[in-house]
Ligand binder design. Sequence first.
Ligand code: NAD
Length: 488
Amino acid sequence: MSPLPEGVSPLLINGEVRHTDAAFPSVNPATEQVVGWASDASAADMDQAIAAARTAFDTTGWATDHALRVRCVRQLHAALQRHREELRELTIDEVGAPRSLTRMAQLDMPIDDLAWVADHAENYAWDRDMGESTSMGIRSFRRIHREPIGVVGAITPWNFPHQLNLAKIGAGLAAGNTVVLKPAPDSPLCATALIGLITDETDLPPGVVNIVTGTDHELGAILSRDPRVDMVSFTGSTATGRSVMREASDSLKRVFLELGGKSACIVLDDIGEGLPLACMYTAVAVLTHAGQGCALTTRLIVPRDRYQEAVALVAETMAANPPGDPHDRRTFCGPIISERQRDRVEGYLRLALTEGGDFATGGGRPDRDKGFWIEPTVITGLSNEARTAREEIFGPVLVVIPHDGDDDAVRIANDSPYGLSGAVHGGDVPRARAVAARLRTGTVSVNGGIWFGPDMPFGGYKSSGLGREMGTLGFEEYLETKSVGEAL
Ligand code: NAD
């Protein structure tokens, strides 16, 4: 066996920082250079992490010590703030996240949102007084008590690693659970960067947070299946979400799923002179992190008589923002995470042509020696029946589809296996609001409004998932409910 490279990031199991005898590289998608190496955990490592989380939950005061939990989440928040700038450079290198996006959901927002979670846990009403009642002849005082669910297995993707790792760890811990985090093999270092902060800068007891990196997706399957795990909190593709749910079914654990999307932006026919702004919003959404976001609006549904105009407007904005160096503060569209994902996106571009579509802009790779890149692409000439219009591409690719009025637009938007997000733009706000209300999606923006925030639940209808992350609802995903009756 060849010796391991220097500086391999460790696992965190039962408060111990430990290495395995295998390692894997994390590759910068903009340069193809190795950013660093991560420990490649085995099934035995995962077994120990689950055992540690179980013991910490069952045998320590963590689950009942509300003040300790709040303090630890605040300490983690403070540590992340102290290390924010190192994390920023790491995130740009490992994920190809443009610097501008690290000021938002790629780093600063998830760090700041931990403060909200700590405050929320501190002020949460763990007990609800239900008053007295007589039932079956017995007078009782009743209350509803909320308590942590137990051991949480958190499985996350690579596209917004801090947002997803911290949303799950933050709410999971603040609610009193213990956690095993299994990050994606494409972004291990954003997760292991937490290890030193947890061990050196917080009072988190051993076993309360465990971090297990590895290349084998089976690690996630073990976490989903193991009966010692009470809940699996998963974010990733719909196909993997189905597998997680199947694996979890024998032990009947709670399953929380945040999955894929193919969200629609509807422009109503009263948009008038607002069309350029509506198109700009949509083009920017699709450029965001090179389209590698689950909730981006990747279908633009426009009035038939404004179709050509809308295509020209989105194509102009997208062509004016070619993918660039993610370290450059002017870059908005970075690289695609890996060669495999780049090839997958290119497969969809070929499919679009086979299905009869055309490119109004893009459609290929930009001319760069290194890295994984796709030109921002606008596809025209396809109906919503086309696979390109139905399947999640996860690249900077927009499909523009014409509609014949509000009912038709709503029909097209809802004709999707997914239901994660959506947007409506119109001249008359009540009318736009009424159309938004008809969308079968977990989030929706009206005239460019922002639904994303620490106090706002996020999640999907249909094949986009089960449950909600963030906000009070997201916090309560990590809680059990105990109804108590005391005889008077
Ligand atoms: P993925 O489903 O391939 O992997 C996600 C995670 O699941 C990784 O950690 C992976 O190792 C693990 N995994 C893989 N196979 C597994 C199995 N059989 N059992 C358990 N775990 C397994 O997704 P990805 O390619 O990393 O991320 C992209 C996908 O994530 C897209 O579909 C995107 O829409 C989705 N996503 C959804 C949200 C949301 O909140 N709805 C947010 C971000 C990304």
